[in-house]
Write a protein that binds this ligand. Structure first.
Ligand SMILES: O=C(O)CCC(=O)C(=O)O
Length: 259
C-alpha cells in the first residue's frame, strides 16, 4: 500500500515518488534485462530509422519490454506498482505499454506531451492513464530526469497548454530503485543529460483504464511462450483473456439502484 502522504500528493499534484522500493538484486535483474532489450531494440531502430522520438542519437529506446525478459512482467505485476496505478486511475486497469528510455550524455528533450492525450481526445476530466516510471539509476536534473509541468494534470484541452510550458518544467529527482507515479494528464518531457559520463535509465510502465484500447496489441506482440507462462491475473491485465470489457454484473446493480 502506498503511504497516505503519497496518495495525497498524487491526487493534488498528479505525481508521487516511492523511493528505493527495489532491492539490490531486483535492480541488478532489471538492469540486466534492459541490456538485453537494448540489443534487440537497436536492431529494431536500425530497421525502422523513421521511428524517432528524440532530437539526437544520445537517447536509446527499448520497446516491448515484456517480450524480452520475465523481470519486466514481474515489475508490471508488483503489488506496490499495481496499487499505485489503481490509486491513480481506479480499480479497472490494463497494461498499455512498457518501454525504456536511456538518456546518455548529450541527449536532448523530446516534445512536451501528456500520455493521456496520446490515447484519449480532450477534454480530460479524470485521470484514465498512469505511468509507473522505474528509475534504474539515481535520476536528477543534470542527468536528464523526466521533467513535468507543475499543475498540468488540470489541463483540459490543448489550448490550455501555456506557451512557456517548457521553461516552467521541473525535473523529478529519485534514487535508483524508486518508482515515480505520474498520472496520464501531467505534461512532461525527457530532460537534457548535461553530465560528462552518467547514464539515465528509466522504464515507463504505462497502464490505462480498461475502456481504453492499450497502445500495444499484446496478443500479437508477445511470443506464445511468454503468454502461456502467465498466471490468470497477469493475462487479465494484458487483456489476453477471452472476454474484454465485460462487467454486466456491476452495471446492472448500478442500474437497479437508480430505478
Ligand atoms: O524519458 C523520459 O524522461 C520521458 C519519456 C516520455 O515521456 C515518452 O517516451 O513518452
Amino acid at each position: 500500500m502506498i503511504q497516505e502522504n503519497a496518495r495525497t500528493q498524487l491526487r493534488e499534484e498528479g505525481f508521487c515518488v516511492l523511493p528505493a522500493v527495489l532491492s539490490k538484486e531486483e535492480l541488478a535483474r532489471a538492469r540486466a534485462g534492459l541490456d538485453r532489450a537494448v540489443e534487440i531494440s537497436q536492431h529494431f531502430e536500425r530497421s525502422n530509422p523513421n521511428h524517432k522520438l528524440d532530437p539526437n542519437e544520445a537517447n536509446i529506446r527499448a520497446a516491448n519490454l515484456p517480450a524480452v525478459d520475465p523481470v519486466f512482467i514481474e515489475l508490471l505485476m508488483r503489488a506496490d506498482a499495481l496499487d499505485a496505478a489503481r490509486e491513480a486511475i481506479g480499480p479497472h486497469i490494463l497494461i498499455s505499454n512498457f518501454t525504456a528510455n536511456i538518456a546518455l550524455p548529450g541527449s536532448g528533450s523530446m516534445k512536451l506531451h501528456s500520455d493521456q492525450a496520446l490515447v484519449v481526445p480532450p477534454p480530460w476530466p479524470h485521470p484514465w492513464a498512469v505511468n509507473i516510471i522505474w528509475c534504474l539509476d539515481d535520476v536528477n536534473e543534470a542527468n536528464g530526469a523526466t521533467r513535468y509541468l507543475p499543475g498540468s494534470h488540470r489541463i483540459q484541452s490543448l489550448d490550455d497548454v501555456p506557451a512557456d510550458a517548457l521553461d516552467r518544467t521541473v525535473a523529478f529527482e529519485a534514487p535508483a530503485g524508486s518508482f515515480i507515479v505520474m498520472e496520464g494528464r501531467l505534461w512532461h518531457t525527457s530532460g537534457m543529460n548535461v553530465t560528462a559520463n552518467q547514464r539515465r535509465r528509466m522504464l515507463f510502465a504505462y497502464y490505462s483504464s480498461d475502456f481504453i484500447r492499450p497502445q500495444m496489441n499484446w496478443a500479437m506482440s508477445l511470443p506464445g511462450e511468454v503468454q502461456s507462462a502467465m498466471d490468470d491475473e497477469t493475462r487479465e491485465l494484458f487483456g489476453l483473456n477471452a472476454t474484454g470489457n465485460v462487467r454486466m454484473g456491476s452495471a446492472l446493480t448500478n442500474l437497479a439502484a437508480t430505478t
